[in-house]
Design a protein around this ligand. Structure first.
Ligand code: FUB
Length: 327
C-alpha cells in the first residue's frame, strides 16, 4: 500500500485487520493485529465469528507515511498445539529476539496463549511447540518495565473463557460473579528472562473506584471485559481495556504494574461493530491510540479495520476522551 496513513482512516484496506498492538521497534511503529477473514459469519456470544488463521505484521514509518504489510508472519497450521481462532496478539523485544504472543483454542477447545520467536519485528515467527504452561484465556499484552522486568497481561470474558477459570481449573460450566460481586479482573504474570514462560502463577488484577471499593460485575460501564493494555506515563502504570457489552475503552491507574488500579475514565467511545480493542504507544513526541472498527465492511462484526488517532493527556495525567467520528 502506498497511500499515506491518515488519522481515523483504515491503515490498510486490502485485508481486514483488528486488535492492533502497536510498538516502536527499529525506529518505526510496528502493528501486530488480528487478521480477520473475509467470511460471512453470524455473530454469537462465543465469538465463533472470529475464525482467524494467521497473522500479518504491519509497519508505519511515522504519520503521513504509508502502511506496509509485511505478509504472513505466522500461520495456524504451523502451531502444533493450536486448533483454531488466532485472536489478538502482541509482541515484545528482548535478548536480541522478537517475541509474538498469541491466543488460540487448543485441541480441547480451550483458549491458551502461545509464543513464537523471530529475528525481525516483521516476522516470520517460529512457534514454540507447546503453549505457555499455565496460560489460559485470550488477549495477551506484553509490558516491559524500566527495571527490565517483563509482564504478560491477559484475559477476556464470554468467548475468551475467563469465567471458566475462577477455581483455577478449567470448568466448562463456570460462570462469572453475580452483579453485586467484584468483577473479574485481567490476569498478570511476570515472564521469565527468556520471555517464554511465566515466572509465577498468574495473579488477578484488582480494579477499584476512588474509594478503594472493587468495581462490581454489574457495573458494565467500568468493569473489565477484555483487551488489556499497560503503558507507563510519568511514572504511573495505566491499564486500559474494553468494557465489552458497553463497547468503550476505559482506563485505570496504579503505582505498581500488578495494581490495584484505580478507575479513571473513558479513552474511546463506542465504535462501529461489537468489539473494541486498542493499544497505546509513544512515537517521537506524540502518543497514539491504535484501535479498530467495522467501518471498512459496512459494520460486519468479524471484518474490522485498524485505525489510529493521537491520544492526549491533561496536565493532571488523565487522558482526554476520544470520539473517533467527531473532528
Ligand atoms: O478478535 C477476536 C477478539 O475480539 C479479541 O480477542 C477481542 O479482544 C475482541 O476484539
Amino acid at each position: 500500500m502506498t497511500k499515506p496513513v491518515q488519522p481515523n482512516e483504515p491503515i490498510v484496506t486490502h485485508i481486514y485487520t483488528a486488535d492492533p498492538s502497536a510498538h516502536v521497534f527499529e525506529g518505526k511503529i510496528y502493528i501486530y493485529p488480528s487478521h480477520d477473514q473475509d467470511h460471512e459469519m453470524v455473530s454469537n456470544d462465543n465469538g465463533d465469528q472470529y475464525d482467524m488463521e494467521d497473522y500479518h505484521v504491519l509497519s508505519i514509518d511515522g504519520e503521513g507515511a504509508p502502511c506496509v504489510d509485511h505478509g504472513e508472519a505466522l500461520h495456524l497450521k504451523d502451531v502444533p498445539w493450536a486448533k483454531q481462532q488466532m485472536w489478538a496478539p502482541d509482541a515484545a523485544f528482548k535478548n536480541d529476539t522478537y517475541y509474538l504472543y498469541f491466543p488460540a483454542r487448543d485441541h480441547d477447545d480451550i483458549f491458551r496463549i502461545g509464543v513464537a520467536t523471530g529475528s525481525s519485528p516483521a516476522g516470520p515467527f517460529k512457534p514454540e511447540p507447546n503453549y505457555i504452561p499455565g496460560s489460559f484465556s485470550i488477549d495477551p499484552a506484553a509490558f516491559q518495565d524500566d527495571d527490565g522486568k517483563a509482564y504478560l497481561y491477559f484475559g477476556g470474558l464470554w468467548g475468551g473463557q475467563l469465567e471458566k477459570w475462577r477455581t483455577g481449573q478449567f470448568n466448562d460450566n463456570g460462570e462469572g460473579p453475580a452483579a453485586d460481586e467484584p468483577a473479574l479482573g485481567p490476569k498478570v504474570a511476570e515472564l521469565t528472562e527468556d520471555m517464554l514462560s511465566f515466572k509465577e502463577a498468574p495473579a488477578e488484577i484488582s480494579i477499584v473506584d476512588d474509594n478503594g471499593n472493587p468495581i462490581l460485575a454489574g457495573d458494565e460501564e467500568r468493569r473489565y471485559f477484555e483487551g488489556p493494555w499497560v503503558h507507563k506515563y510519568n511514572g504511573l502504570y495505566y491499564l486500559s481495556y474494553s468494557t465489552g457489552t458497553t463497547h468503550s475503552i476505559v482506563y485505570a491507574v496504579s503505582d505498581s504494574p500488578k495494581g490495584p488500579y484505580v478507575f479513571k475514565g473513558k479513552i474511546l467511545t463506542p465504535v462501529v461493530g461489537w468489539t473494541t480493542h486498542h493499544s497505546i504507544v509513544q512515537f517521537k513526541d506524540k502518543w497514539y491510540l491504535f484501535y479498530h472498527d467495522s467501518s471498512l465492511s459496512g459494520g460486519a462484526d468479524n471484518k474490522r479495520c485498524v485505525k489510529f488517532t493521537e491520544l492526549k493527556y491533561n496536565e493532571d495525567g488523565t487522558i482526554q476522551t476520544i470520539d473517533p467520528y467527531k473532528s
